[in-house]
Ligand binder design. Structure first.
Ligand SMILES: NC(=O)c1ccc[n+]([C@@H]2O[C@H](COP(=O)([O-])OP(=O)(O)OC[C@H]3O[C@@H](n4cnc5c(N)ncnc54)[C@H](OP(=O)(O)O)[C@@H]3O)[C@@H](O)[C@H]2O)c1
Length: 385
C-alpha cells in the first residue's frame, strides 16, 4: 500500500485525487491532508479518510479542529504545509501529491524532495517559479516527479520509450479559454462571473482565469521546458477547442504522436498515481464518430499578451518567471476581488516584468523575495481601500 501526502485536498484536483483513491482502497492510504479555508469540506474528508495529520490556513481554525478531533495531529500555515509534505520522513513507498494553488506549493515540494519523497505535481507554479532549482534537487536526491497537468501527462505518454534526441517539437493544445470567441475590444468590460465560466473544464478559480488570459498556457510552456528539457523555441501552442487531444509530440521523422481522451483530470491523475500501470477509471470512453471533427487554430501572441510574456520570461531566465508568476497571482487575486478589470491583469504583468530588477542565477531565497516584493508593489499600486 502506498502512503499519500495530499496538499490541497479540498480543491478541484485534490477532490479528484480522492475520487480515484476511493476506487482503490487497497492501494493507497491518505496519511496527511491540507485545506486553506474550506474547513467543512476538510471535516468530511477527515471523517472519511482518517488521516494522521491535517493542516489548515489559520491557527484559530487548527485549535477548533483539535477540540473536535483530539487524537488528530493538526498544523497551520506555511510550516503546517511543510509538516504535511514531510510527515513520516523515514517511510518508504510514499508519494507527495501537490494540488495546492500558487506559490504556496513551492517550499513544501522542495522539503519533500529533500527527504527523497517522490512527487505527483499539479501545482504548476512550483516549476514556473523555480524549475531550475527543483530539477537540481530532483537530480541530487534521486527523486521522481510525475506531472499531473493534462498537457504534460499527454506529452509524457507520447514520449514513452522515445529518445529525447528524436523530438522535433512539443505541441501544447489550448481550449482558448472562456473568451476565445471575444474580440479584444469586448474584453474591456467582461465580469468576474463571465470569466469563471470555462467552456470545457471545471477547475479552481485561479486556473480558470489563467485559462481565459492564456497565462495558463504560458505556464504550461514553462513547465514543459523544465519537465522535458526542450528548448523554448521547440515548444508550440495551438488552439484546439474540443480539448480532446491533450498535447502532441512531433519527432524528427515528422511523425506526430498525440494523446486523446475525454476532458477529465482523473485520467492524468490516475496515470501519475499508478505509473507505470494503466488502471480502469471513471473517465468516459471517447465516441470519436460522435465527436466527428477536431479543429485547430493558430494562437496569436498579440491576442494573448500573457502567453507572449511567458515566452519572454522563459527566454530571459533568472528570476523572470518568478516575476511573471508573482505579478499574475496578485493581478488575478485583484481581479477576482473586483479591484481591477480583466485587461488590467496583463497591464500589471507587463509593468512588473519591465520594472522588477532581474537576477541571473537566483537562489531559492531570492526567488521568494522576488515574489514578495513584486506582490507588495502591485497591491500598493492597485488595491483599493
Ligand atoms: N483544476 C484543474 O483541473 C487543474 C488542471 C491542471 C493543473 N491544475 C493546477 O493544480 C493546482 C490546483 O488547482 P485547483 O484547480 O485544484 O485549485 P483549487 O480548486 O483552488 O484548490 C486549491 C487547493 O489549495 C488550497 N489552498 C489555496 N490557497 C492556499 C494557500 N495559500 N495555502 C494553503 N493552501 C491553499 C485550497 O484550500 P481551500 O479549498 O480550503 O481553499 C485547495 O485545497 C494549480 O496549480 C492549478 O494550476 C489544476
Amino acid at each position: 500500500m502506498k502512503e499519500l501526502y495530499l496538499l490541497g485536498a479540498t480543491g478541484s484536483i485534490g477532490t479528484q485525487v480522492l475520487d480515484i483513491i476511493k476506487q482503490h482502497p487497497a492501494m493507497f492510504k491518505v496519511v496527511t491532508m491540507t485545506a486553506n479555508h474550506r474547513i467543512e469540506a476538510l471535516r468530511h474528508l477527515i471523517d472519511e479518510f482518517h488521516p494522521e495529520f491535517v493542516c489548515v490556513g489559520e491557527e484559530s481554525v487548527a485549535q477548533a479542529l483539535k477540540t473536535d478531533y483530539p487524537s488528530l495531529s493538526i498544523g497551520f500555515g506555511a510550516l503546517g504545509l511543510i509538516t504535511a509534505a514531510t510527515w513520516n520522513q523515514d517511510h518508504r513507498n510514499t508519494l507527495l501529491v501537490n494540488a495546492l494553488v500558487g506559490i504556496s506549493g513551492l517550499i513544501p515540494t522542495v522539503e519533500a524532495i529533500k527527504i527523497k519523497r517522490d512527487i505527483a505535481l499539479a501545482n504548476k507554479e512550483t516549476l514556473v517559479v523555480a524549475g531550475d532549482i527543483i530539477n537540481q534537487l530532483l537530480n541530487e536526491n534521486h527523486v521522481t516527479l510525475y506531472p499531473i497537468d493534462s498537457e504534460h501527462s499527454a506529452i509524457w505518454q507520447c514520449l514513452n520509450g522515445e529518445s529525447p534526441k528524436s523530438i522535433k517539437r512539443l505541441i501544447i493544445t489550448a481550449s482558448g479559454g472562456t473568451f476565445r470567441d471575444y474580440l479584444r475590444s469586448h474584453l474591456e468590460t467582461v465580469t468576474v462571473e463571465a470569466a469563471l465560466k470555462h467552456p470545457n473544464w471545471s477547475m479552481g478559480n485561479k486556473i480558470t482565469i489563467d485559462s481565459a488570459t492564456m497565462m495558463n498556457k504560458g505556464f504550461e510552456v514553462i513547465e514543459a521546458y523544465h519537465l522535458f528539457h526542450i528548448a523554448p523555441d521547440k515548444i508550440e501552442t495551438i488552439i484546439h477547442r474540443e480539448s480532446i487531444i491533450h498535447s502532441m509530440v512531433e519527432f524528427n521523422d515528422h511523425s506526430i504522436i498525440a494523446q486523446l481522451s475525454d476532458h477529465d483530470m482523473r485520467l492524468p491523475i490516475s496515470y501519475a498515481l499508478f505509473y507505470p500501470s494503466r488502471v480502469d477509471n471513471p473517465v468516459r470512453s471517447l465516441n470519436l464518430a460522435k465527436i466527428g471533427k477536431l479543429s485547430f487554430e493558430d494562437v496569436s501572441l498579440d491576442r494573448y499578451p500573457c502567453l507572449k510574456y511567458a515566452y519572454l520570461a522563459l527566454n530571459q531566465g533568472g528570476n523572470a518567471c518568478a516575476i511573471l508568476n508573482a505579478a499574475n497571482e496578485a493581478a488575478v487575486d485583484l481581479f477576482l476581488h473586483y479591484q481591477i478589470s480583466f485587461l488590467t491583469i496583463e497591464t500589471i504583468i507587463g509593468e512588473a516584468m519591465s520594472e522588477t530588477p532581474w537576477i541571473q542565477n537566483p537562489t531559492l531565497e531570492q526567488l521568494i523575495h522576488t515574489d514578495e516584493s513584486v506582490k507588495n508593489v502591485i497591491y500598493q499600486r492597485y488595491k483599493k481601500g
